[in-house]
Design a protein around this ligand. Structure first.
Ligand code: PA5
Length: 450
């Protein structure tokens, strides 16, 4: 089953040895009903559907305002620290990494280096970040929808103090932008008190669906990438996956149906595969989107990821011959942004002259094709998504494609794809162990178990 997505191609033909066209087609009516429920806000989690029509409703003025704020950072900062975790981190990280030079940190740059904090509580990470910032001009974008998440709050407490020491309280407040709830949470209170420039994360957009709000857009603009093209790609995909598009032509519905049919056939792990390390964090974003949306009520396809060809020398063995519960989705880039041909070597001691004159990408593509065939032969169904180029426009398409497909797929599974109740369990234990006021009973109970 092939379906053109604008210029992105979805190919599910290599799943057909495992699930029939009829088994996928059997989801058509249900998938369409779920897509309509997303638009009409009649399904589970209907308070969190503000992202569904977001791409086509972002205004020119909103983008301009974000670009102006980014321009201020570009003028004043060599480094911008984006503080956030989960959905307040991964979208920006995914897009910036996908579009950046692999060695951006070591090369001359027109735009500030965007680095991240608050996505871990590692003392080493924070110490090393602070020493890197020392002596440089820098600023902060702090992002938390709830405004109360521990990891970014700790990072912000530390870095805000450093920034104030360097530039004075007043100077620091000009170098901090907060992105948070319109009225609730500690970050909103702090931002109001300190007079920071702020952006609002809409109430009805959950963290992992927020990359096309200022949460993702401001860091992406600071790193120097084109917001207009990113949003246009997403808006075009919004139209290509709208409820009026028939099932057979709707790539998001087909992807959602195919993965649910595969799950029913016993394939309960989906591995996102890339052949370009720039996509590593795109897979991290996707894992959060699908893992947090679908993994509940004892259900869900487990989202995993690998970077090929590196991981063909590690996870490749398992994928080829391990437990047969896997399917793969390959993200392939048709044309790399650079061109490089392999040279002839007179001595040919490595025996590689048969590759002379070929592009390195041709070798990469044959590795991809050879691997797909080997894995399908080994019992791993394959879905392939091809982007013509790795640029803002196609990333915008891909982001919206995965978001809307996730909504449909979650509903097909019978879960609420827009909540994350399971995330609270570790927080409760951590606060109890740290003896947070108000957690006295939990502290007593957990300490008795140690
Ligand atoms: O997708 C989600 O809702 C979560 O991953 C949140 O983004 C994450 O927990 C961070 O939350 P907050 O933005 O409230 O700090």
């Amino acid at each position: 089953m092939n379906s053109k997505l604008g210029n992105i191609l979805l190919d599910t033909s290599k799943t057909l040895d495992f699930v029939s066209k009829e088994e996928v087609q059997a989801y058509a009516v249900e998938a369409k009903a779920h897509l309509e429920a997303l638009y009409q806000k009649t399904g589970k989690g209907s308070d969190f559907l503000g992202w569904v029509k977001l791409p086509t409703s972002i205004t020119f003025e909103e983008l301009k305002d974000i670009q102006q704020t980014a321009a201020r950072f570009k003028k004043d900062c060599e480094v911008v620290v984006v503080i956030g975790i989960g959905g307040s981190y991964l979208g920006a990280k995914a897009v910036i990494d996908a579009l950046s030079d692999n060695f951006v940190q070591l090369k001359e740059r027109k735009n500030p280096l965007v680095v991240f904090a608050g996505q871990n509580i590692s003392e080493d990470y924070m110490t090393e970040l602070r020493s890197m910032l020392h002596g440089r001009n820098w600023g902060i974008v702090v992002i938390s929808k709830s405004g109360t998440t521990t990891e970014p709050a700790i990072a912000f407490r530390i870095l805000k103090t450093d920034l104030e020491k360097k530039y004075s309280k007043e100077g620091a407040s000009q170098r901090i932008v907060a992105i948070t709830d319109a009225s609730k949470g500690a970050l909103r209170t702090l931002a109001t008190r300190e007079g920071y420039k702020t952006y609002v994360i809409p109430d009805d957009v959950g963290g992992r669906y927020s990359v096309l709000t200022p949460v993702g857009l401001l860091p992406i603009a600071i790193a120097g990438f084109e917001l207009g093209a990113l949003v246009k790609g997403a808006a075009d995909m919004e139209k290509l996956t709208a409820p009026e598009v028939p099932f057979q032509e709707n790539p998001a519905a087909i992807y959602a149906a195919t993965r649910n049919a595969l799950l029913r056939s016993g394939k309960d792990i989906e591995i996102m595969v890339n052949y370009n390390p720039k996509l590593h964090y795109f897979a991290e974003w996707w894992k959060q989107l699908y893992g947090e949306s679908e993994g509940k009520d004892g259900k869900g396809i487990f989202p995993a990821s690998v970077d090929f060809t590196s991981d063909l020398h590690s996870m490749g063995q398992y994928i080829q011959e391990g437990r047969r519960a896997l399917f793969e989705t390959v993200l392939s880039i048709a044309q790399p942004n650079n061109k490089m041909v392999i040279d002839t070597d007179e001595a040919n001691l490595d025996g590689l002259n048969f590759l002379a004159g070929k592009r390195m990408d041709e070798v990469n593509k044959m590795a991809e094709l050879g691997t797909i065939i080997a894995h399908v032969d080994g019992g791993v169904p394959n879905i392939r998504i091809e982007l013509p180029l790795l640029n803002e426009y196609y990333l915008g398409q891909l982001i919206y494609f995965y978001e809307i497909a996730c909504g449909i797929s979650g509903y097909l599974l019978g879960v609420n794809p827009f909540d994350q109740p399971g995330v609270e369990a570790y927080k409760k234990n951590m606060f109890a162990l740290l003896e947070k006021p108000g957690f006295e009973n939990e502290t007593k109970a957990i300490k008795a178990r140690l």
